[in-house]
Design a protein around this ligand. Sequence first.
Ligand SMILES: *[C@@H]1O[C@H](CO)[C@@H](O)[C@H](O)[C@H]1NC(C)=O
Ligand SMILES: *[C@@H]1O[C@H](CO)[C@@H](O)[C@H](O)[C@H]1NC(C)=O
Ligand SMILES: *[C@@H]1O[C@H](CO)[C@@H](O)[C@H](O)[C@H]1NC(C)=O
Ligand SMILES: *[C@@H]1O[C@H](CO)[C@@H](O)[C@H](O)[C@H]1NC(C)=O
Length: 560
Amino acid sequence: MGKQSPLRIAFGSIFFMSICFFLYNFEAIGTTLKISQTEDVDTLDTSTTTATTATTTAVMANTIISSTPLSTSIPKSSTNLQAKSKPSTKSKSKSTTKTTATGGPSAPTIDPENLDIEQIEADFPMGYQNPRGAWFVPLPAPNQRNLLKILTTEQREQLPSFGAQAHLSWKQLGKINTFYGIGREGGWQDHIESLDDEGLAPLTKWAQKYVYDHQHPPSCEGKKFYILEETAPWYGLGAAVRVVFRELELAISLGRILVLDPKNPPGGHLMSNDCGEYRGRNASLECVLEDITSCAAYATEKNSVRKIDIHKVPGGNKFVPPLPAVALMTYMKETGLEVTGAYLRHWWHAQMYAYVFRPNRQTLARMVQMRMNKTLHTGVDTNIREKDGTARLHTVPFPLPPSTISMHIRHGDKAIEGRLISTRDYIVAAERFVLRNPMTYRRRAFVTTEDPGAIEEIKNTTGINPVGTAFSNKYWYWAYSNIPRFDGSPFQNLRLSVNRTDAMIMHMMQLWMAIECDAFVGNRNSNWNKLIDSIRCTLMDKCRAPYLDAGYSADWLHFP
Ligand SMILES: *[C@@H]1O[C@H](CO)[C@@H](O)[C@H](O)[C@H]1NC(C)=O
Ligand SMILES: *[C@@H]1O[C@H](CO)[C@@H](O)[C@H](O)[C@H]1NC(C)=O
Ligand SMILES: *[C@@H]1O[C@H](CO)[C@@H](O)[C@H](O)[C@H]1NC(C)=O
Ligand SMILES: *[C@@H]1O[C@H](CO)[C@@H](O)[C@H](O)[C@H]1NC(C)=O
């Protein structure tokens, strides 16, 4: 109970600060709009010298607006607040539109206030009007039926081969399969060896082998050990993994093998009590993950320590052992660039997340079972409406189609530690990227979150940027899994399930599905997002895929 009051104070001050930040933003939005409107009017006054140009502008304004009937119904709490506090801006923007849409009967239904400051500045600097109207007129969607009539039989016969190219290549499919352990003969090391170096974080194959060999020496005789006990039983899986690998880092630096204390092993509280029984062990992270070492049986009180003083670790760089540190510096030297401490730690931690977070065989088998369960995942095509007005539901294929975006929306108890990013902000981050990269990216995402409200919100969101006609596809296609969700802490989420081990595996399966994707939207201010970011660069070769942060970099820049 004593703990609650400082928490509340922290919560209160975060809330207060958010309000201040918010108010500051109103100011910013107000200023932007005022400036842009004057610019807008000026531009129109000087450039619309002929009647034709003026008409084009009017036509384009109306077309864009009428083609997005759903854009105004997007639910979001923040902008409602904005609308209330900015009545003056609203009326101004309306009058501006009137002057440009010359006599058009259909009043614009897009209200600039429904957009983020980011979008107003970046995508609509003049409040939707572009002085070069013709560029802004949406192209009509292609009419396949008419085009097919023109094609010869021979030409039509080629069509299936074009469709086939929309699927994953055999090579890529093979890697996703072995990532899930499907058809894989060897262990994780074999899978890692099969990946493309270009898509991995630097020196990944070497770093993974280095850590693995340290923990799995040819002989365990005469080795020294560091026995790790559970110290933070309130942590979720992502944070628990982190605690373990930070101690592993110290152990490696001192030439000791890390073992989990058999009596009180880390992560036991995250699992069902009986999960280690069949191996004669207590519940621990090793119920779902690969054993951290092959030498656990050799650790005795005599050849082990139970604590490592971080100040006694050689090298000066607290967390990166000497050899990996120099290895990365040597690599970077060859690129002609200097390494920062932040990058060194980020790179090494990605390697450590990957080493500790390798699901074991039974876990992978259960993950595959869940992944292939057709009723456990739902696709929502917001472009197609059922008779009752709701979006059409689909099954979700394995693997996810190429170019799917992973969106991990961290809500729940995160507010205690940092700013929460709204669902809408995650979508905006994705849309800004997709709009700029239409050649290979589309409005299709796989969403993971502990917040049931976020799932409800995305299902209703066809798009936030109203100019859907400029994307490669007009409306969002969402996919998510039908898992129990509670907008709270990892433990509150665990309580939703009868079998904790199984619930843990379900969350791991969500992470694996995220890594089937080809672009990543998240907020690095969370361990789970760091896990996604690390695993994609080490246990899969997707490190060159874009990672878009929906939050504030100030919140995670030096987050250890
Ligand atoms: C499991 O934990 C209990 C209680 O801490 C301990 O008595 C027991 O020896 C442990 N089991 C194993 C296999 O270490
Ligand atoms: C598939 O998922 C549904 C929940 O959507 C669950 O009720 C069912 O038991 C699962 N089937 C298997 C084989 O796990
Ligand atoms: C989503 O849309 C449905 C149907 O229009 C509505 O009943 C529901 O309240 C909406 N949910 C949210 C979170 O806006
Ligand atoms: C709990 O889930 C794990 C992993 O799927 C499974 O091995 C175990 O048998 C389950 N336990 C019970 C009591 O159902």
